[in-house]
Design a protein around this ligand. Structure first.
Ligand SMILES: Nc1ncnc2c1ncn2[C@@H]1O[C@H](COP(=O)(O)OP(=O)(O)O)[C@@H](O)[C@H]1O
Ligand SMILES: [Mg+2]
Length: 1081
């Protein structure tokens, strides 16, 4: 949602009257009263048309915040309550958007808030104009130039604790986008007399106090200063410390500002050296010394200060000392030296101090300008801000006040001219007839002062340049003759006898009727101040200084440039610069801020009507209002006007279609406002009388109330109707839903009832049908049974004659025989193969043959086995018998057994009978060798095996060395008691002898062989034949005892882990234990 734009106006929530043009009735009293009303409610700004009146609140008000800046930004001038920001915004936008150079003229008495206003304008413009690093730097430099110049150019006066003692005009330059580029500052006539003397209750320029309170001890030492103000003659003693002014803190901000503006550290130091030098200069005192020629000559009393000052500035002390005692006058190639008396020496000292300081100040302005100068040559738009010292009326007014007041007079003139001109231009622009306006014109006063022929400034210059005896009195005499007839000039010695008896007019004074009031000027010092003389010896002494800045400040001291022509007088210089300024201002679009001081006490919330009344008078504010109202008091473009008042007329409310101007015409005609009350310009409506405007406003207010009621009414109606419609719609929906629900319920009830009734009826019908069907079925069955019996009866009766009485039994036998025959024939055809392992058997079809079939199958198998066995030779038979025996001994008992099943028992592996190797051995045996093989005999001591040839005959077994064939042992089988093997896969076996037998003496044998199964089986078979009756026990255990001679050793088998060489290993653990680890399969 876009934010709704709210059009506001100055006229909304107005306290008093925001624009004096609308004041009714317009009298001085009502004017002041309006200002007071607004001031009491913290409204310090009031407009006269586009002029802003600002009353110094003497306290900080919360109206300069960033929020306020935003509020006033890009708003129309009359849209919000009066504010200096509105003026700044108007000026800035006009500059940026319409390409019109602007100037902001700020006038008012000293202490009325001009400088503050100028700073507010600058800060507002800085806040709203472009952003960016470069732009911000420029802004910062422009803003920071203020504290620097204020430190050197402002002082506390009785009127204002921070009074500007110089006039300042600053041009801020912008590029086409409205971004600031830089600025130029012009300064006007610093009040330099303040350097050497200050009126009671006032101070010297701030910088002196700031330096002494704020500088570090180190810096003070370098500058040869002491912190105590009382040590310095030039610093007034009565009010060195000002309430609310922190000099030390300000010194730091000034140095900081100087750094930001771009001063180099060395430059800052030079400046401070000069300031210190001025203070030192003030402390130099003189005494008179009589000379031989009878004249008095001045001498420096205490040379210490002089010495220090010369050290600071790098000046030759002797030259300066001499310059304070002797004065050289050059005239027509002649040099004449005259001595200075004490008074003249003091005069020279003060003149030097004043010059030193004022030149330093001008240099500062130039230096600041150098820094803030725009860096581009592109075309610039300019906003000038003029903050010039205000009109001053003191008890004792001198040349400075004269000059200041002259400047203010000129500004007033330009103000009158430009306001009138602007008013006039607007009328012409809008095509409205111009009626002449009477107003007070101060051109006459300006003329009295600045007229080139007989103006006061011209007279003064004439006096200053005139040879011969010149004094302030001769100047006054001159004025008395020349200006006597002038309306605004008053002096008791003038030819105008009117003032002869005027007591308030002392002899050495003249009085001018300024636009702001009468001011009495004392002529003393006019000539001197206008001349601004500095003895040449002094300027030359300065020039010779070994200090770059001093040299720069006194260029006329250069001996080669000795110039006999007098420099231009102060008055003429000022007049020229004011002239330039005025011409400059006239080319720009002026914006006015007129500052008013509410009281003389610098007090907040105090409004002294007398004082304000005086200012209102001399600022010509009433006239300003009259001028604005002479023609038309109020003007406004057609669109906003129509927008604001359109509700007052039926045709324009709520929307006027057509040009705004016609709308306004229709509106005003329908309101029956007299024709002479308004005029139609090209773009604006002009209203002659504020009363008319207020009538419009009043009507609008009433109308707004009615409108509010109307809007409320319509809104309430709309809301109620909406609510009603909603309720109705809801009611319909609720009713519909309820009806539906009720109908559904009713329907379900009917449906359930129907189903129940239906089910009863259907049940009843079904039972009836069932009964009928059952009856019918029974009837049918009865019929069938009866007919069957009957048919049976019939058939039996028929067939009885064909059959004998035992035919059934014979038929049965016949069928059985046939079936059996068929079975055997079938069996013959499908008889399985003769292999005893073939267990297949074709199934038979008849149940009653099942037992016979099973028996036949068994017999057939036995027969097949018999047939198979019949084929065997005696030899094979023996082999199978052995295999059978092996099976009986080992099957499911020893893990080695399964691997032996498939291997045939060859018996004579070593082929002893053929091989000649065993001839000798064989010759020792008379019997046939049943088995020959190589076995390992396990060493009793360490369990290691030794290969032995093992031969088995019918009655003995023999062990021989395998390699050599040496006979080792021959054991009769009858000595064998038992054989022990393990249950594992190993080939170890023990042959244990009967106790007491011959072989037992040698001890049992522990042997191992891969063919363990065969060996044991054969041993068993030989010994176990029924004839021998010499059965040897076979033990299959994992642990058994072997007798080795005397010792009994336990052989223990352990299932080990799987190993690569899958042979069992035997190890002697101790003398009682042999451990055999057998790898698992
Ligand atoms: N708008 C303001 N808000 C608050 N204080 C103000 C305002 N204008 C002026 N002052 C006070 O009044 C004093 C004098 O104002 P200044 O601008 O120096 O006067 P001028 O330049 O007219 O002599 C300031 O130091 C400040 O204390
Ligand atoms: Mg000021």
């Amino acid at each position: 949602m876009t934010k709704m734009e709210v059009k506001t106006s100055l006229l909304d929530d107005m306290i008093g009257v925001g624009d004096m043009v609308l004041l009714e009735p317009l009298t001085e009293d009502s004017f002041i009263q309006n200002l007071k009303n607004r001031f009491d409610r913290d409204e310090i700004y009031t407009y006269i048309g586009s002029v802003v009146i600002s009353i110094n609140p003497y306290r900080s008000l919360p109206i300069y915040t960033a929020d306020k800046v935003e509020e006033y930004r890009n708003r129309n001038f009359y849209e919000l309550s009066p504010h200096v920001y509105a003026l700044a915004d108007e000026a800035y936008r006009s500059l940026r958007d319409q390409d019109r150079d602007q100037c902001i003229l700020i006038t008012g008495e000293s202490g009325a808030g001009k400088t503050e206003a100028s700073k507010l304008v600058m800060s507002y413009v800085a806040a709203v104009c472009g952003k960016g690093a470069e732009v911000n730097k420029v802004k910062e430099q422009l803003l920071q130039s203020n504290p620097v110049l204020e430190a050197f150019g402002n002082a506390k006066t009785v009127r204002n604790d921070n009074s500007s003692r110089f006039g300042k005009y600053m041009d801020i330059e912008f590029d086409f986008k409205g971004d600031p580029l830089g600025g130029v500052i012009s300064n006007y006539l610093l009040e330099k007399s303040r350097v050497v003397r200050q009126p009671r209750g006032e101070r010297n320029f701030h910088i002196f106090y700031q330096l002494l309170s704020g500088a570090s001890d180190d810096l003070l030492k370098k500058l040869m200063l002491e912190r105590n103000f009382f040590k310095y003659n030039y610093l007034s003693l009565d009010c060195a410390v000002v309430n609310g002014l922190d000099d030390a803190a300000n010194f730091r901000s000034v140095r900081n500002a100087m750094q930001i503006v771009g001063f180099m550290e060395s430059e800052v130091h030079s400046v401070l050296e000069l300031v210190a030098a001025v203070l030192k200069l003030g402390n130099i005192e003189f005494k008179s010394e009589s000379r031989v020629d009878g004249f008095d000559e001045s001498r420096v009393k205490d040379k210490n200060d002089l010495k220090e000052m010369c050290e600071l500035l790098g000046i030759d002390q002797l030259i300066l000392e001499r310059a304070f005692s002797v004065r050289t006058v050059e005239a027509k190639q002649e040099k004449v030296s005259t001595t200075l008396n004490v008074a003249q020496a003091y005069y020279a000292r003060d003149a030097l101090a004043k010059n030193l300081y004022s030149r330093l100040f001008s240099w500062l302005v130039t230096r600041v300008n150098e820094s803030i100068k725009a860096q581009t040559k592109a075309q610039k738009k300019v906003m000038g801000v003029l903050d010039i010292y205000g009109f001053e009326i003191f008890e004792d007014n001198s040349f400075e006040q004269f000059i200041i007041n002259y400047c203010n007079e000129k500004l007033q003139q330009i103000f009158i001219e430009l306001t009138l001109r602007e008013e006039q231009e607007e009328y012409v622009r809008e095509g409205i007839e111009w009626t002449n306006i009477e107003y007070f014109n101060n051109a006459m006063i300006c003329d009295l002062i600045e007229n080139n022929k007989n103006g006061i400034l011209a007279m003064l210059d004439e006096e200053c340049l005139r040879p011969g005896n010149v004094s302030d009195e001769t100047f006054l005499d001159k004025l008395n003759t020349v200006c006597a007839k002038h309306q605004c000039f008053e002096s008791c010695h003038s030819k105008n006898s009117k003032f002869l008896t005027d007591r308030s007019l002392p002899r050495n004074c003249f009085r001018i009727q300024h636009y702001a009031g009468k001011v009495l000027y004392r002529v003393e010092g006019f000539v001197d101040k206008n001349n601004n003389l500095l003895y040449r010896d002094l300027s030359q002494a300065m020039y010779k200084a070994n200090h770059s800045l001093i040299k720069l400040l006194f260029p006329e001291g250069e001996p080669s440039k000795v110039n006999l022509k007098r420099p231009p007088t102060v008055g003429s210089q000022f007049k020229a610069s004011v002239g330039t300024l005025m011409r400059n201002l006239q080319t720009k679009n002026p914006n006015y801020i007129r500052c008013i001081k509410p009281n003389d006490k610098k007090a907040a919330r105090l409004f002294t009507e007398m004082l304000v009344c005086h200012q209102v008078r001399y600022l010509g504010l009433m006239e300003n209002v009259r001028v604005r109202r002479a023609g038309y008091a109020f003007r406004q473009p057609y669109e906003p006007c129509l927008e604001r008042y359109k509700m007052l007329c039926k045709q324009t409310w709520p929307q006027w279609r057509g040009p705004a101007r016609e709308g306004v015409e229709v509106l005003l005609t329908s309101l029956q406002i007299p024709k002479e009350e308004f005029s139609y310009g090209h773009t604006k409506i002009f209203i002659r009388n504020p009363r008319t405007l207020f009538t419009l406003e009043l009507k609008r207010k009433q109308c707004l109330e009615d409108l509010a009621t109307l809007i409320q009414k319509i809104y309430r109606g709309w809301k109620s109707r909406k609510f009603f419609l909603l309720m109705r719609k809801s009611q319909i929906i609720v009713a519909a839903w309820y009806r539906r629900y009720a109908q559904k319920k009713k329907y379900q009830q009917i449906k359930i009832s129907t189903v129940v009734v239906q089910s009863y009826i259907r049940g009843w019908k079904a039972r009836k049908t069932l009964r009928e069907l059952k009856y019918q079925k029974r009837c049918n069955q009865a019929v069938t049974t009866i007919s069957a019996y009957w048919h049976g009866q019939q058939v039996r009766r028929q067939y009885r004659k064909f059959f004998k009485s035992n035919a059934g039994k014979r038929i049965c036998n016949f069928i059985i025989q046939r079936t059996m025959q068929k079975y055997f024939l079938e069996l013959k055809k499908t008889l399985p193969s003769m292999s005893p392992t073939d267990k297949s058997w074709s199934p038979h079809p008849c149940r009653f043959m099942e037992g016979a079939d099973k028996e036949i199958r068994r017999i057939f198998h036995l027969w097949k086995c018999k047939k198979y066995r019949d084929q065997f030779t005696e030899q094979r038979k023996a082999i199978y018998e052995e295999k059978l025996a092996a099976s009986e001994i080992f099957k499911d008992k020893k893990a080695l057994y399964p691997s032996s099943v498939s291997q045939p028992f060859k018996g004579d592996y070593l082929e002893v009978n053929q091989s000649p190797k065993y001839k000798k051995l064989k010759s020792m045996l008379e019997e046939k060798v049943i088995l020959s093989d190589v076995v390992n005999k396990i060493n009793r001591a360490n369990g290691k095996g030794v290969a032995r040839t093992f031969l088995l005959t019918k009655n003995n077994f023999i062990l021989a060395d395998h390699k050599t064939g040496h006979f080792k042992a021959k054991v009769p089988l009858v000595d064998l008691r038992s054989m022990s093997v393990s249950r594992l896969t190993d080939g170890f076996f023990a042959l244990q002898f009967k106790e007491g037998s011959a072989s037992a003496a040698k001890g049992d044998f522990l042997l191992s062989s891969e063919r363990l199964i065969e060996i044991i089986t054969k041993l068993h078979c030989i010994t176990g034949s029924p004839a021998e009756r010499n059965q040897i026990n076979i033990h299959i255990l994992d642990e058994f005892v072997v007798h080795f001679k005397q010792e009994k050793v336990c052989v223990k088998f352990i299932q080990g882990e799987l190993k690569n060489d899958s042979s069992a290993a035997c190890k002697r653990r101790n003398n009682r234990l042999l451990e055999v680890s057998v790898p698992s399969l």
